[in-house]
Design a protein around this ligand. Structure first.
Ligand code: MG
Length: 295
């Protein structure tokens, strides 16, 4: 089940991908809840679903309802803007050097413990927005990463229970001001600013619910710039796997519903320039495509 946040004029709604078409799921949820619950569910974005105890169970019921009563034709939407699947999480946490070859290409050994940092939430853009290349920078790199979306509040979670806290998966481009990051590393300064320029966090287009990905540690991941492949790997090569990542982060801080974790990028990092088109493809999730423009 692939969900997306959509917008037509000023109206936002949740979309459900149905082969190559999109169903207005917000509308379906409203009809379903009126009939079966005697109240309206106003869920205009994926984040709103996080108020449900079990969003996946509920969405499955609504999908069955659409099917059973043949409602698809009345729910299809044709032209809309796709937004980030999570618009304003409480935080974005990203893993550093979580693929061995990538750690080596940046001059480091693979870490013994997860390295994590934050990106500013204000850097989030959707799949149809442009990455703005600031004038003050000389090198900007895209980074292909599998994204996790947290489904319920998580604090001190064990590795064994960690997967229960995941709502689903998405694609993240952890755009990085590499020149600035290299300078900051030399001075032992944080990575925050080099990771957080406006537009440096494209996300989407889909949130794939957890139950629909058989094994998140066996997904091909690829980054292409103007059609040429630069990064190509598989999530089986993540050094720290998803349960360990979630458990480790929650030893330090509470993860809130909707929080986003970028799991780290494979080797093959290289710069982009204004005019370039960046595509990240993750098997069974989709393609995140953004163009780069001059700031
Ligand atoms: Mg990264």
């Amino acid at each position: 089940m692939k969900l997306l946040n959509c917008q037509i004029d000023n109206e936002r709604f949740i979309g459900l991908l149905d082969n190559n078409r999109t169903i207005n799921l917000s509308k379906a949820l409203k009809v379903y809840s009126t009939i079966y619950r005697g109240e309206d569910w106003f869920f205009n974005s994926i984040e709103d679903l996080l108020s449900l105890d079990n969003p996946e169970f509920c969405l499955k019921k609504v999908a069955d309802f659409i099917e059973r009563y043949n409602l698809k034709e009345s729910l299809y939407v044709e032209s809309f803007k796709t937004l980030s699947p999570i618009i304003r999480p409480s935080k974005i946490i990203a893993l550093g050097r979580n693929y061995t070859e990538h750690a080596r290409e940046t001059g480091y050994n693979p870490p013994e413990e997860p390295i994590f940092f934050s990106k500013a939430v204000s850097a989030i853009i959707g799949p149809e927005d442009a990455i703005v290349y600031p004038e003050c920078l000389t090198r900007v790199d895209p980074e292909a990463e599998l994204g996790l979306v947290i489904g319920k509040r998580a604090k001190n979670v064990s590795k064994e229970k960690a997967m229960e806290y995941i709502l689903g998966y998405t694609i993240i481009n952890d755009v990085t001001a590499r020149d600035m990051q290299t300078e900051d590393l030399k001075m032992a300064n944080p990575w925050f600013r080099s990771k957080s320029f406006d537009t440096f966090c494209p996300i989407g287009p889909y949130l794939v619910l957890k139950g629909y990905i058989r094994d998140p540690h066996d997904l091909n991941i690829e980054l292409r710039v103007n059609g040429t492949t630069r990064q190509k790997d598989n999530t089986r090569n993540l050094i720290f796997k998803i349960p360990e990542i979630v458990s480790y982060i929650t030893l330090h801080m509470t993860l809130e519903p909707g929080d986003i974790i970028a799991t780290g990028t494979p080797s093959g990092i290289a710069p982009v320039y204004p005019g370039d088109t960046v595509e990240i493809e993750i098997e069974n999730i989709g393609i995140l495509r953004n163009t780069v423009i001059r700031g």
